[in-house]
Design a protein around this ligand. Sequence first.
Ligand SMILES: [Zn+2]
Length: 373
Amino acid sequence: MTHDLHPHAPLRLRDTPLPLIDKARIYVCGVTPYDVTHLGHAATFVWVDAATRVLRHIGIQTEVVRNVTDVDDVLTDAARLANTPFDAYAAMHQYQFDHDMSVLSVRRPDHEPRAHTYVPQVVALSQALLDRGAAYERSGSVYFRGAGVPAAHGIDDDDALAMCAEFGEQPGDPDKAHPLDVPLWRASGEGQPSWPSPWGPGRPGWHAECTAMALSVLGSSVDLHAGGADLRFPHHAFESAQAEAATGVTPFARAWMHVGTVLVDGAKMAKSTGNLVLVDDLVRDHRPAALRLMLLDRPWHQAWDYRPELLDAAEQRLDALYSAAGRRHDDGHTERAIVDLLLADLDVSAALDAALESGGGAARTLAAVLALS
Ligand SMILES: [Zn+2]
């Protein structure tokens, strides 16, 4: 790379500055490919893409890993209902997801590890945690000792148990020594995906899949770990606790990006409530760049309510950006100021306001960096 002799201030995410010299290792929790891509998924991946593009713009080499959770009970159940093998079912949904991401100009990640090809690494992780006394085996399953995890994240045990139950963690599993322990390896029953292991046939636990994929692909720690806000606990808390216990490297992630949840009439989108807003539907009547701008023109970490008027407003903001970009005005100073605004907690709204005001090169820079053209 060419080194800038007047480097920008580092990217700051909320209160965390993330100084980087040359490279950024970025891990983002990907989808469980059993369903359509909704606006909540799109928000997470568009934001991570924007952060990555800003870093690349200032000369940082990014290495992005976005996993595919293709071993998961919700996927297994959906595939069984569709009478399709789980891996074929996952591949079919993955194809649609990739299509939606490319429509939204989300760069393809450098690595897309699939959980079912990282089973040996989950076995190795489980063994490493057993060796360190951070895990124990019961009835063919291996559990990570999680009692201390909620307190480390400022969450009290009752809330933690409720959140674990919501994510199918089965706090009442009688094989657990403590209700907050989580499975690294789960003994498989009839009809469940199964691989051999030192503890008998089984399958990886959800958090352990991400721990194993992140450590395998990026090494003992990551610079930026991202995912939807609902993954903060239990998923990311246990994923990082497992990684730190296995490697001794702390922190596992130097910075976190938990992207704000997209709500509809105040409720989280869910197939069960029938309130999903699908990317595929929105891009039928709107420019993908407007959809991208609607997702980015707000604080990245705040939950927000989707309303169709917001997409119309984003169309207008996009037109304003394009006409500002057509103005003849270039000075390196305002272009640099735009990038500085983006580096300051990815403040796209402030950067867009400034670009609209100065026009010319500043507007073109913003459109280019955020892939809004
Ligand atoms: Zn994950």
